[in-house]
Design a protein around this ligand. Sequence first.
Ligand code: SF4
Length: 494
Amino acid sequence: MTTPVLGVEPRISPEQSASEHAAARQPYVYRRRNAPEPDWRRFPGWRDVSEAEWRDVQWQRAHCVKTSGQLKDVLGDRVADRFYDDLNRDQVERATMSMLVPPQMINTMMVDPLPSAADSWTDSMYADPVRRYMLPVFSDRLTQWPSHPHATRDSLHEHEMWTAEGLTHRYPTKVLAELLSTCPQYCGHCTRMDLVGNSTPSITKLKFVAKPTDRYDDMIAYLRNSPGVRDVVVSGGDVGNLPWSRLEAFVAELLSIENIRDIRLATKALAALPQHWLQPEVRSGVERLAKTARDRGVSLAIHTHVNTAASVTPLVAEAVRAMLDAGVRDVRNQGVLLNGINASVDALLDLSFALLDDAAIMPYYFYMCDMIPFSEHWRLAVWQAQELQHGIMGYLPGFATPRIVCDVPYVGKRWVHQLADYDHTRGISYWTKNYRTGVELDDPEALRRRYEYYDPIHTLPVEGQDWWREHSGDYLTASAETIAAAAESREASR
Ligand code: SF4
C-alpha cells in the first residue's frame, strides 16, 4: 500500500498495481482480447444451424445474403423495415457493388446488440462497423458530395497498365495478376468496382474478354519474358473463388519462373469465409505449393483484408494456423482505412492487436479508401490519415506497426507523410515518384511531375468547399462518369 506524503494525494490507488496505473494513463490501453466465436444462433434465421453446418463451406456459400429479403430472413423483424428500405434504396441508386455477404461475416455484425430498447437491433445494425462497409445503406452516403469530382471507376488506372488482360504492371519489379473478377463477398468500397462483381443499377461492370486459360497463358508468357519482375500478387477478385486446381496450376507455373521470388495470394475470404481455406483439398494443395516454394527459395505468403477487430474470430485464427502449418511463410493484412468503421486510434490498434495476438496475422498496411464513385462518406483527408499514423506509433512491435498508405493515381503506394506539398484549403496533396509506371516509360517528365490526390470536399474549410462549388460545375452530386454509366445501365435494362 502506498503511504500518502503530507499534503499529496497518493498517485496510485490501493487496488491498482503500478503497471496498471501507468497503462491507464496512456491514450490507448492495451487489453488481451480473447474473444470467442460469436454465436450465430442469436439470429432467428440461424437458430437451428449446427456447428457442422456452420463449418461447411458449401453451407456458407449457399446461405450468403444477396438481397434485403434474405437478410430479413436471418435477422427477423427485430430490425425495422426502414433499415431494409434504406438498404434497397442504396442498391438501386448508389451501390457500386452488388450484395454478397457470407454468414461468417454477418455473424461478426451486432456481436453485442443492445438488449433492452425497442429499436436496439435496428440501431445496432445502423451503427455496426462491419455492416457499414459490407451492407451500405443510402443514408450512410453524403448527400451533397457523394462522389468527389475526380472520382473514377478505375481510380488507379490499372487497366491502362495491363500488359496482358488482367496483368497490371505498375511498379518496376512487381505485377498484379487478376485471375478472376468475382469474390465470395463483395465489399461496398471495392477499389476494383469497375470490374469485380455483378453489375448494379448504377454501374455496368466491365468483363474480361479472353478465356481464363488464354489469359493465364498470356500472363505467364509475359512473366517468362520479364526478368526484371520478381514479385507477383495473385489476386482478382479473390482467389478464394477460384477452383483450387486452377489456382494451384497457375502458382505452380509461377514457381517455375526463375526470376519470381515473391508470390502473394490475395484473399479476403481467409477472414470472411475461413471455411474455404480449412478444406482438406485446399490445405493439402497449399502444402504442395509451399514445399515447392521453400525448395526453390521463393517466399509464398497470403495477404488478407480485415477492417475490424470483430472480424478476427477463432475460426479465422484456425484457418490462418492451417495455412502457416501448411508452410505459407506469412499471413499479412491489408486493411482499408474507412471513416465510421476503423478511423480512430483505438479501432486501428484494437484491430492490429487482434490480428497479431489472436490470429498470427501481421498488420501490414491500411490503405486510404480510393477515389471511386460514391465513396466520400468512407474516405478520409490525408491529414487525418497522418494523425492516425502518428497515433498508432509506439504500441505495437515495430515490425507489426501497420503503415497507412495513400495509393496515388499514376504513382502507387506512398506513406501518408511522404507528400511533397499540400494545399489544405482545396484539399489537394502533391506527390512525386522515383520510378515509371508501365504507361510512362518514354515520358521524360514522369519523374519530375507532381501527382495530385484529393481530400473529401466535406472535410475542407468553407473557402475550400466554395472553390470546388465554383470549379466542379455539374459534378456536385456525382461524377459525370458515374451518371453516364448509370444511364447506360438503365437504358440497357429497358
Ligand atoms: S474482397 Fe477485395 S476484390 Fe473482392 S470486393 Fe472486397 S475489396 Fe473488392
